[in-house]
Design a binder for this molecule. Sequence first.
Ligand SMILES: Cc1ncc(COP(=O)(O)O)c(C=O)c1O
Length: 412
Amino acid sequence: MRVSTSGTTDKKKGSGSNDIFEKCRNFTRPSDLQSAGLYMYFEVFGDRDGCGPGEVRMGKRKVLMFGSNDYLDLITHPKVKEAAAQAIRKYGSGCSGSRLLNGTLDVHIQLESQLAAFVHKEAAIIFGTGFQANYAALSALTEKGDVMICDHNLHASLVEGALRSSARTMRFRHNDLDHFERCLENCPPEDKILIVSEGVFSMEGDIADLRGTIKLAKPYGARIYVDEAHGIGVLGPTGAGAAEHLGVLDDVDIVMGTFSKSLASVGGFIAGERAVVDYLKHTARPFVFSASLPAASVAAVGAALEIMRKEPQRRQHLLHVACLLREELRARGFDVLPGETAIVPVVIQEEMDLCRLCKRLLEEGIYINPVLRPAAAQNLLRISCTAAHTEAHVERLIATLERVSSELGIPR
Ligand SMILES: Cc1ncc(COP(=O)(O)O)c(C=O)c1O
């Protein structure tokens, strides 16, 4: 910085290498991919009018969607849409305030009770997004002197929550109970411990060994926090997630869920002991200092929960389709990660191969999400199945994938 003779600073805004925006202009990764015709992000989808099950609109085309987390195919369900529309008519389009002050509606309280009962907990608290729920809960519940023991493959929202907390964080290798046990053993007896895991891991689609985790953790007095973003609606006799599927729901102290996947809306929740929920309601900053969820989003979740309860066949069909896809891909030599959920990830070693593959699949009318390192440990073609998919959709996907990957010379 130069100082002029008059003593005032003489720093020209936006010029030279001291510009804070310099890094943005030098960030050329997206434009490099665009120039190579391989940029896969921010694809634009249109309305769903005239689209069949499993289809979305892209410009004038209809595309088969294998990248959505709308696992139970409820986003366009007439009852979900009507519940949201009715709520807008009754409550308006937003709340214009924090839950703590003027932003609590009766529908928030009703949904919190429903969610708590759904995951067998005393109480629940709703957040604006699932990301906020994780970030808020981990950062509010832990403090200096506490320890968080986390699976290595946690979602960014959990990682950010852990980073924001002043607790010590230990990470164990993904789903590795021996490593997990060593972390527990390394905690001094006076430490208060929170174990953090996902029920179904978001990228790899595998299920956490919650039974083993709980068995090892309980003698240490550790509390268990499970993110069921990808488990709810998909696993368990009532669709409550991986913990219910494994028969350990009552041993999990905190269940986190999102509304942006099986529950066909937007938002998230934390459920647990009433004292914990009350504490979060008064101390979790992303809850206290942010406006509450609009009634339409809340009402959509209520309707989705009701359909989920009444129509378990959606979940069964979804799992059947995912299982069929997994088996057929394996039979054709694709490197599919093991699992039994709606997420079917295929390992594609080379980043460029993965981008080219996704681009070509889209030209063929099939959308699938590419997941590039470091978002996952390996580059993945992350196929996600929904209850809208049919066996014919699976056949079309497999035939296209086989042909396109051979044409592109992608090794299996
Ligand atoms: C495991 C996991 N947790 C939390 C979230 C965040 O959820 P939301 O989309 O509601 O912010 C996601 C979303 O992708 C997720 O996969």
